[in-house]
Unconditional design. Structure first.
Length: 254
């Protein structure tokens, strides 16, 4: 899936990372970009030379100490998620960045360090409708104008950015153009029963959002905020209606 404007950035970032992996520096001030039709104000960092330093920030040591391994006895995941991880680890597709695998069929998230070490997994809430593509122009529409069948979580590979909403809460921006982010679960309306749905063992019950990925509060604070919430990362969102190869053709051989 196209990265919708992020492709050149990703290619540049990977090239710089190869040249300056050991460089580290402080993050510069952030600027706030307010999406015209999304109910959050998002922090968009102006990535420049210091991006490599942010990746190296290190976290390798911290990630290694927090990692719990990925053997069959510890990491419980679908065969497709495991296949994707083999590809990412085998090719370093994440370019040293922390990453998250969103398994839409299972409605769960798996978070990894930049060294592809498993940090934790949890159930998540996803878009109400099945489907792997965002409706064109969806990010330019007010939420109230998004119809039920348009509430999809897009599949594919996305370069993520840390962000912040209007209440000052941190989020992880996945696809700005489609207004899709990863954030703590919040009850939009009582009738949606989001907290109860998140606790349900049935993946279908966890399809309720407008497309954003809602994670448990404690899980977000422990496994997402310290990693994807601090530096650029990668989100691999597995499809639920189209084939795996449609979005991850290179990973099909793994």
């Amino acid at each position: 899936m196209a990265l919708q404007g992020h492709g050149l950035f990703c290619a540049w970032l990977m090239a710089v990372a190869r040249q300056n992996r050991s460089t580290a520096s402080a993050l510069p001030p952030v600027t706030i970009a307010r999406h015209p039709h999304h109910p959050t104000a998002l922090t968009r960092r102006q990535w420049s030379r210091w991006a490599t330093g942010a990746l190296a920030l290190a976290a390798p040591g911290a990630w290694a100490s927090a990692a719990q391994g990925t053997d069959d006895g510890e990491w419980q995941a679908s065969a497709t998620a495991r296949q994707l991880l083999r590809w990412v680890a085998g090719t370093a597709d994440n370019a040293g960045m922390p990453f998250v695998v969103i398994d839409k069929p299972d409605a769960c998230a798996h978070v990894f360090s930049g060294r592809a070490q498993w940090l934790g997994s949890a159930p998540v809430l996803l878009g109400l409708a099945a489907g792997d593509r965002s409706v064109p122009g969806i990010g330019q529409r007010p939420v109230a104008q998004v119809r039920p069948h348009e509430r999809t979580t897009p599949a594919g590979r996305f370069v993520t950015e840390p962000g912040q909403n209007l209440q000052g809460e941190d989020i992880v921006w996945i696809d700005y153009d489609a207004a899709v982010s990863l954030h703590r679960v919040r009850s939009a309306t009582a009738i949606e029963r989001r907290l109860q749905r998140l606790a349900s063992p049935r993946a279908r019950d966890r399809r309720i959002s407008y497309g954003c990925i809602n994670a448990p509060d404690a899980f977000y604070s422990q496994h997402i905020a310290p990693y994807l919430g601090q530096v650029p990362g990668v989100a691999y969102v597995l499809p639920d209606t189209e084939s795996f190869a449609t979005f991850f053709i290179a990973a099909s051989a793994y």
